[in-house]
Write a protein that binds this ligand. Structure first.
Ligand SMILES: [Fe+2]
Ligand SMILES: [Fe+2]
Length: 147
């Protein structure tokens, strides 16, 4: 049994809203260690919480809304594109942080660039969850999702 699907959603969004805190803690000073550590935490978060959450939205929520609330289609397209961008940004920064760890010539500019992508993922996810909480989930109220 999966339990109440919307409780699963609020758990995943709660984890997203806590990310800026986590970012501040890990990034008190930008270093290769911090980037690698933050990417390690992000990968765990994606594997355990965010990827299953994106799948749930894409398989269970979006199809019901596009069928029963056709006006939601543009919003849903945006949200799907964002899911894809988060995954590809994570892969990008994962590759970068691996290279930085083994490159004694790595410059501060490269480290800053990797750190900037981590920050983009964190703030992007926050805006994404906020958009869903404000505009997407309220649309589910009158659909067959609750029947
Ligand atoms: Fe989402
Ligand atoms: Fe979500």
């Amino acid at each position: 049994m999966e339990g109440d699907p919307l409780i699963t959603v609020s758990r995943a969004h709660k984890a997203i809203y806590e990310m800026p805190n986590m970012y501040e803690k890990v990034f008190f000073m930008v270093s290769v260690f911090n980037i690698a550590e933050y990417v390690r935490i992000l990968k765990i978060l994606f594997t355990q919480t965010l990827n299953p959450h994106f799948d749930f939205e894409e398989r269970k929520i979006f199809p019901i809304l596009t069928t029963e609330v056709p006006d939601s289609r543009t919003l849903i397209l945006t949200l799907i594109q964002q899911h894809t961008q988060f995954k590809s940004k994570l892969n990008e920064v994962d590759d970068m942080s691996l290279a930085l760890q083994y490159d004694p010539q790595a410059t501060q500019q490269e480290k800053d660039q990797a750190a900037a992508i981590c920050k983009e993922i964190t703030s992007g996810l926050n805006e994404h969850a906020q958009l869903e909480d404000e505009k997407l989930y309220p649309l589910l109220k009158n659909t067959s999702f609750f029947k």
